[in-house]
Design a binder for this molecule. Structure first.
Ligand SMILES: Cc1ncc(C[n+]2csc(CCOP(=O)(O)OP(=O)(O)O)c2C)c(N)n1
Ligand SMILES: [Mg+2]
Length: 313
Protein backbone atom coordinates (compact mmCIF):
# COMPACT_ATOMS: atom_id res chain seq x y z
CA UNK A 1 0.00 0.00 0.00
CA UNK A 2 1.34 3.42 -0.90
CA UNK A 3 1.07 6.54 1.23
CA UNK A 4 -1.92 8.06 -0.54
CA UNK A 5 -3.90 4.80 -0.23
CA UNK A 6 -2.99 4.60 3.45
CA UNK A 7 -4.22 8.16 4.01
CA UNK A 8 -7.48 7.39 2.18
CA UNK A 9 -7.97 4.21 4.20
CA UNK A 10 -7.33 5.99 7.47
CA UNK A 11 -9.74 8.80 6.59
CA UNK A 12 -12.42 6.27 5.54
CA UNK A 13 -12.15 4.39 8.83
CA UNK A 14 -12.21 7.58 10.88
CA UNK A 15 -15.14 8.96 8.87
CA UNK A 16 -17.05 5.71 9.42
CA UNK A 17 -16.45 5.82 13.17
CA UNK A 18 -17.40 9.49 13.48
CA UNK A 19 -20.45 9.17 11.21
CA UNK A 20 -21.70 6.33 13.40
CA UNK A 21 -20.98 8.38 16.55
CA UNK A 22 -23.14 11.18 15.15
CA UNK A 23 -25.87 8.63 14.34
CA UNK A 24 -25.75 7.38 17.94
CA UNK A 25 -26.30 10.98 19.15
CA UNK A 26 -29.32 11.27 16.85
CA UNK A 27 -30.62 7.92 18.13
CA UNK A 28 -30.26 8.99 21.78
CA UNK A 29 -32.17 12.17 21.00
CA UNK A 30 -34.99 10.00 19.66
CA UNK A 31 -34.57 11.36 16.14
CA UNK A 32 -33.72 8.22 14.15
CA UNK A 33 -36.59 6.05 12.95
CA UNK A 34 -35.01 2.84 14.19
CA UNK A 35 -31.93 1.63 15.94
CA UNK A 36 -28.33 2.24 14.83
CA UNK A 37 -26.19 -0.74 13.81
CA UNK A 38 -22.58 0.21 14.30
CA UNK A 39 -19.38 -1.32 13.00
CA UNK A 40 -17.36 -0.20 16.02
CA UNK A 41 -14.04 -2.06 16.01
CA UNK A 42 -14.74 -3.55 12.57
CA UNK A 43 -14.19 -0.48 10.41
CA UNK A 44 -11.12 -2.03 8.78
CA UNK A 45 -13.04 -4.94 7.27
CA UNK A 46 -15.54 -2.83 5.32
CA UNK A 47 -13.25 0.09 4.46
CA UNK A 48 -10.09 -1.79 3.45
CA UNK A 49 -11.91 -4.41 1.37
CA UNK A 50 -13.94 -1.80 -0.54
CA UNK A 51 -10.88 0.38 -1.06
CA UNK A 52 -9.04 -2.51 -2.74
CA UNK A 53 -11.66 -2.56 -5.52
CA UNK A 54 -11.67 -0.61 -8.76
CA UNK A 55 -14.37 1.97 -9.55
CA UNK A 56 -15.85 -0.46 -12.12
CA UNK A 57 -16.42 -3.19 -9.49
CA UNK A 58 -19.68 -3.57 -7.57
CA UNK A 59 -20.45 -4.01 -3.89
CA UNK A 60 -23.50 -5.12 -1.90
CA UNK A 61 -22.95 -4.06 1.73
CA UNK A 62 -24.75 -5.29 4.83
CA UNK A 63 -25.84 -3.02 7.64
CA UNK A 64 -22.45 -3.25 9.39
CA UNK A 65 -20.61 -2.21 6.22
CA UNK A 66 -21.44 1.49 6.11
CA UNK A 67 -17.70 2.11 5.67
CA UNK A 68 -17.77 0.46 2.24
CA UNK A 69 -20.50 2.88 1.14
CA UNK A 70 -18.52 5.91 2.33
CA UNK A 71 -15.49 4.56 0.43
CA UNK A 72 -17.63 4.46 -2.71
CA UNK A 73 -18.69 8.07 -2.37
CA UNK A 74 -21.86 8.00 -0.30
CA UNK A 75 -21.97 11.25 1.69
CA UNK A 76 -22.66 11.10 5.45
CA UNK A 77 -25.51 13.59 4.95
CA UNK A 78 -27.35 11.02 2.81
CA UNK A 79 -26.92 8.50 5.61
CA UNK A 80 -28.33 10.93 8.19
CA UNK A 81 -31.30 11.80 5.96
CA UNK A 82 -31.96 8.10 5.50
CA UNK A 83 -31.83 7.30 9.24
CA UNK A 84 -34.13 10.29 9.85
CA UNK A 85 -36.56 9.16 7.13
CA UNK A 86 -36.67 12.49 5.32
CA UNK A 87 -38.10 13.23 1.85
CA UNK A 88 -34.67 14.04 0.46
CA UNK A 89 -33.12 10.79 1.68
CA UNK A 90 -31.95 8.27 -0.95
CA UNK A 91 -35.19 6.27 -0.54
CA UNK A 92 -37.42 9.32 -0.08
CA UNK A 93 -38.23 8.25 3.48
CA UNK A 94 -39.44 4.76 2.49
CA UNK A 95 -36.70 2.90 4.30
CA UNK A 96 -34.19 3.77 6.98
CA UNK A 97 -30.62 2.95 8.08
CA UNK A 98 -28.24 2.12 5.23
CA UNK A 99 -30.81 0.25 3.13
CA UNK A 100 -30.04 2.07 -0.08
CA UNK A 101 -27.59 1.82 -2.94
CA UNK A 102 -27.04 3.27 -6.36
CA UNK A 103 -26.01 1.36 -9.46
CA UNK A 104 -24.15 4.47 -10.72
CA UNK A 105 -21.90 4.24 -7.65
CA UNK A 106 -21.58 0.48 -7.99
CA UNK A 107 -23.68 -0.24 -4.90
CA UNK A 108 -26.43 -2.84 -4.85
CA UNK A 109 -28.77 -1.81 -2.04
CA UNK A 110 -28.40 -3.42 1.36
CA UNK A 111 -31.23 -5.69 2.44
CA UNK A 112 -32.06 -7.28 5.82
CA UNK A 113 -32.31 -10.85 4.56
CA UNK A 114 -28.95 -12.26 5.56
CA UNK A 115 -27.28 -14.34 2.87
CA UNK A 116 -29.69 -13.14 0.16
CA UNK A 117 -27.12 -10.82 -1.40
CA UNK A 118 -24.71 -13.67 -2.11
CA UNK A 119 -26.79 -15.26 -4.91
CA UNK A 120 -27.60 -11.72 -6.13
CA UNK A 121 -23.91 -10.82 -6.35
CA UNK A 122 -23.10 -14.20 -7.91
CA UNK A 123 -25.57 -13.12 -10.61
CA UNK A 124 -23.84 -9.74 -10.94
CA UNK A 125 -20.49 -11.55 -11.28
CA UNK A 126 -21.99 -13.87 -13.91
CA UNK A 127 -23.19 -10.85 -15.90
CA UNK A 128 -19.66 -9.38 -15.84
CA UNK A 129 -18.28 -12.60 -17.25
CA UNK A 130 -20.98 -13.01 -19.88
CA UNK A 131 -20.24 -9.50 -21.13
CA UNK A 132 -16.51 -10.11 -21.11
CA UNK A 133 -15.92 -7.32 -18.55
CA UNK A 134 -12.94 -7.40 -16.16
CA UNK A 135 -14.88 -6.51 -13.02
CA UNK A 136 -15.50 -8.16 -9.68
CA UNK A 137 -18.47 -8.29 -7.32
CA UNK A 138 -18.08 -8.08 -3.55
CA UNK A 139 -20.43 -8.66 -0.64
CA UNK A 140 -20.10 -9.28 3.10
CA UNK A 141 -21.56 -11.84 5.49
CA UNK A 142 -21.40 -12.33 9.26
CA UNK A 143 -20.72 -15.54 11.15
CA UNK A 144 -24.46 -15.80 11.81
CA UNK A 145 -25.42 -15.05 8.23
CA UNK A 146 -23.08 -17.76 6.98
CA UNK A 147 -25.48 -20.33 8.49
CA UNK A 148 -28.17 -19.50 5.93
CA UNK A 149 -29.08 -21.62 2.94
CA UNK A 150 -28.63 -18.62 0.66
CA UNK A 151 -24.94 -18.39 1.66
CA UNK A 152 -24.34 -21.97 0.48
CA UNK A 153 -26.52 -21.68 -2.62
CA UNK A 154 -24.84 -18.50 -3.75
CA UNK A 155 -21.27 -19.59 -3.07
CA UNK A 156 -21.80 -23.05 -4.53
CA UNK A 157 -23.10 -21.53 -7.76
CA UNK A 158 -20.15 -19.12 -7.85
CA UNK A 159 -17.67 -21.98 -7.29
CA UNK A 160 -19.19 -24.18 -9.99
CA UNK A 161 -19.18 -21.25 -12.44
CA UNK A 162 -15.79 -19.89 -11.20
CA UNK A 163 -17.27 -16.42 -10.89
CA UNK A 164 -15.39 -13.20 -9.99
CA UNK A 165 -17.12 -12.89 -6.62
CA UNK A 166 -15.51 -11.95 -3.30
CA UNK A 167 -17.47 -12.79 -0.17
CA UNK A 168 -15.97 -11.12 2.88
CA UNK A 169 -16.78 -13.14 6.00
CA UNK A 170 -16.88 -11.07 9.17
CA UNK A 171 -16.21 -13.40 12.10
CA UNK A 172 -16.96 -10.86 14.81
CA UNK A 173 -17.66 -12.99 17.87
CA UNK A 174 -21.45 -12.78 17.90
CA UNK A 175 -24.68 -13.01 15.94
CA UNK A 176 -27.02 -10.90 18.07
CA UNK A 177 -26.14 -12.50 21.46
CA UNK A 178 -25.17 -15.93 20.07
CA UNK A 179 -21.47 -16.82 19.97
CA UNK A 180 -20.28 -18.91 16.98
CA UNK A 181 -19.83 -22.12 18.99
CA UNK A 182 -23.58 -22.13 19.67
CA UNK A 183 -24.61 -21.95 16.02
CA UNK A 184 -21.68 -22.97 13.81
CA UNK A 185 -19.93 -26.32 13.45
CA UNK A 186 -16.24 -25.83 12.64
CA UNK A 187 -14.48 -22.72 11.45
CA UNK A 188 -16.08 -20.08 9.27
CA UNK A 189 -13.35 -20.42 6.66
CA UNK A 190 -14.35 -24.07 6.08
CA UNK A 191 -17.83 -23.10 4.93
CA UNK A 192 -17.04 -22.21 1.32
CA UNK A 193 -16.08 -25.54 -0.19
CA UNK A 194 -14.22 -25.14 -3.46
CA UNK A 195 -13.70 -21.39 -3.12
CA UNK A 196 -10.25 -19.82 -2.82
CA UNK A 197 -10.18 -19.00 0.91
CA UNK A 198 -8.12 -16.45 2.79
CA UNK A 199 -8.20 -15.74 6.52
CA UNK A 200 -6.84 -12.47 7.83
CA UNK A 201 -6.61 -10.47 11.05
CA UNK A 202 -9.61 -8.21 10.43
CA UNK A 203 -8.31 -5.54 12.82
CA UNK A 204 -5.13 -5.07 10.81
CA UNK A 205 -6.29 -2.66 8.10
CA UNK A 206 -3.11 -3.03 6.01
CA UNK A 207 -3.42 -6.83 6.06
CA UNK A 208 -7.12 -6.68 5.11
CA UNK A 209 -6.31 -4.35 2.22
CA UNK A 210 -3.54 -6.66 0.96
CA UNK A 211 -5.78 -9.72 1.23
CA UNK A 212 -8.65 -7.99 -0.60
CA UNK A 213 -6.29 -6.85 -3.38
CA UNK A 214 -5.09 -10.45 -3.71
CA UNK A 215 -8.70 -11.71 -3.74
CA UNK A 216 -9.53 -9.28 -6.54
CA UNK A 217 -6.56 -10.50 -8.58
CA UNK A 218 -7.60 -14.13 -8.08
CA UNK A 219 -11.04 -13.23 -9.42
CA UNK A 220 -9.63 -11.31 -12.41
CA UNK A 221 -7.44 -14.34 -13.20
CA UNK A 222 -10.61 -16.44 -13.48
CA UNK A 223 -9.88 -18.38 -10.28
CA UNK A 224 -12.70 -17.01 -8.16
CA UNK A 225 -14.79 -16.95 -6.14
CA UNK A 226 -12.87 -15.95 -3.01
CA UNK A 227 -14.07 -16.29 0.56
CA UNK A 228 -12.06 -13.77 2.58
CA UNK A 229 -12.58 -14.32 6.31
CA UNK A 230 -11.73 -11.37 8.54
CA UNK A 231 -11.34 -12.25 12.22
CA UNK A 232 -12.59 -9.30 14.20
CA UNK A 233 -14.88 -8.37 17.06
CA UNK A 234 -18.05 -6.34 17.44
CA UNK A 235 -17.12 -3.77 20.11
CA UNK A 236 -20.68 -2.45 20.42
CA UNK A 237 -23.97 -4.26 20.93
CA UNK A 238 -25.87 -5.68 17.97
CA UNK A 239 -27.44 -2.22 17.75
CA UNK A 240 -27.77 0.79 20.03
CA UNK A 241 -30.71 -0.75 21.91
CA UNK A 242 -28.45 -3.68 22.98
CA UNK A 243 -26.18 -3.10 26.00
CA UNK A 244 -24.22 -6.32 25.25
CA UNK A 245 -24.39 -7.47 28.89
CA UNK A 246 -23.91 -11.03 27.60
CA UNK A 247 -20.33 -10.24 26.53
CA UNK A 248 -17.55 -11.04 29.00
CA UNK A 249 -16.02 -7.64 29.93
CA UNK A 250 -12.50 -9.13 29.91
CA UNK A 251 -12.98 -10.37 26.33
CA UNK A 252 -14.27 -6.97 25.30
CA UNK A 253 -11.23 -5.33 26.85
CA UNK A 254 -8.84 -7.65 24.96
CA UNK A 255 -10.44 -6.60 21.69
CA UNK A 256 -10.55 -2.89 22.60
CA UNK A 257 -6.77 -3.12 22.77
CA UNK A 258 -6.80 -4.36 19.15
CA UNK A 259 -8.93 -1.44 17.92
CA UNK A 260 -8.11 -1.17 14.20
CA UNK A 261 -8.04 2.63 14.12
CA UNK A 262 -5.22 3.42 16.61
CA UNK A 263 -3.48 0.31 15.33
CA UNK A 264 -3.43 1.60 11.76
CA UNK A 265 -2.38 5.05 13.00
CA UNK A 266 0.62 3.41 14.69
CA UNK A 267 1.38 1.49 11.48
CA UNK A 268 1.31 4.76 9.54
CA UNK A 269 3.43 6.56 12.14
CA UNK A 270 6.15 3.91 11.76
CA UNK A 271 6.33 4.93 8.10
CA UNK A 272 6.15 8.65 8.94
CA UNK A 273 2.86 8.83 7.00
CA UNK A 274 0.85 10.45 9.77
CA UNK A 275 -2.46 12.01 8.75
CA UNK A 276 -3.20 15.72 8.90
CA UNK A 277 -3.50 16.54 12.65
CA UNK A 278 -6.59 18.68 11.98
CA UNK A 279 -8.47 15.85 10.21
CA UNK A 280 -10.41 14.57 13.23
CA UNK A 281 -11.66 18.01 14.22
CA UNK A 282 -12.59 18.89 10.62
CA UNK A 283 -14.58 15.68 10.15
CA UNK A 284 -16.42 16.18 13.46
CA UNK A 285 -17.40 19.72 12.43
CA UNK A 286 -18.47 18.62 8.92
CA UNK A 287 -20.57 15.81 10.37
CA UNK A 288 -22.23 18.08 12.93
CA UNK A 289 -23.19 20.50 10.12
CA UNK A 290 -24.43 17.64 7.91
CA UNK A 291 -26.50 16.31 10.83
CA UNK A 292 -28.10 19.75 11.35
CA UNK A 293 -28.94 20.04 7.64
CA UNK A 294 -30.52 16.58 7.70
CA UNK A 295 -32.60 17.48 10.78
CA UNK A 296 -33.89 20.55 8.95
CA UNK A 297 -34.90 18.53 5.88
CA UNK A 298 -38.61 18.02 5.15
CA UNK A 299 -40.65 14.92 5.92
CA UNK A 300 -42.05 12.99 2.95
CA UNK A 301 -45.48 14.04 1.68
CA UNK A 302 -47.91 11.29 2.79
CA UNK A 303 -49.74 11.53 -0.55
CA UNK A 304 -46.60 10.14 -2.25
CA UNK A 305 -46.63 7.01 -0.08
CA UNK A 306 -47.53 4.63 -2.91
CA UNK A 307 -45.13 6.15 -5.46
CA UNK A 308 -42.79 3.52 -6.76
CA UNK A 309 -44.79 0.81 -5.00
CA UNK A 310 -48.06 0.55 -6.94
CA UNK A 311 -48.62 1.43 -10.61
CA UNK A 312 -50.85 4.47 -11.00
CA UNK A 313 -53.90 4.01 -13.23
C1 LIG B 1 -32.22 -14.65 6.94
C2 LIG B 1 -32.22 -13.85 8.19
N1 LIG B 1 -32.41 -14.46 9.38
C3 LIG B 1 -32.43 -13.75 10.53
C4 LIG B 1 -32.28 -12.38 10.50
C5 LIG B 1 -32.33 -11.59 11.78
N2 LIG B 1 -31.00 -11.10 12.09
C6 LIG B 1 -30.61 -9.84 11.79
S1 LIG B 1 -29.03 -9.54 12.23
C7 LIG B 1 -28.84 -11.09 12.86
C8 LIG B 1 -27.54 -11.53 13.45
C9 LIG B 1 -26.50 -11.52 12.39
O1 LIG B 1 -25.28 -11.97 12.90
P1 LIG B 1 -24.01 -12.01 11.98
O2 LIG B 1 -24.36 -12.59 10.66
O3 LIG B 1 -22.94 -12.67 12.75
O4 LIG B 1 -23.68 -10.47 11.70
P2 LIG B 1 -23.27 -9.35 12.77
O5 LIG B 1 -24.54 -8.76 13.30
O6 LIG B 1 -22.45 -10.00 13.82
O7 LIG B 1 -22.51 -8.34 11.98
C10 LIG B 1 -30.01 -11.82 12.72
C11 LIG B 1 -30.20 -13.22 13.17
C12 LIG B 1 -32.11 -11.77 9.23
N3 LIG B 1 -31.96 -10.44 9.11
N4 LIG B 1 -32.07 -12.51 8.09
MG1 LIG C 1 -21.41 -11.81 13.77
Amino acid sequence: MDQSTALRLHEAMLLTRLTEERLVKLFRQGKTLGSVYRSLGQEATACATALALGPEDMVAPLIRNLGSMLVRGVRPEEVFLQYLGRATSPTGGRDHNNHFGGIERGIVATTSMLGALIPVMAGVALSFRQRGERRVAMTWIGDGGSSTGAFYEGLNFAVVQRLPLIVVGEANGFAFSTPPERQMAGRMSARAQGAFTLTVDGNDAAAVYAAAAQARQVCLDGKGPVFLVCETFRLSGHAEHDDQRYVDPALLETWREKDPLPRFEAWMAQRRWSPDPGLHERLVADLAAAGERALAAPWPDPSTLEDGVFARP
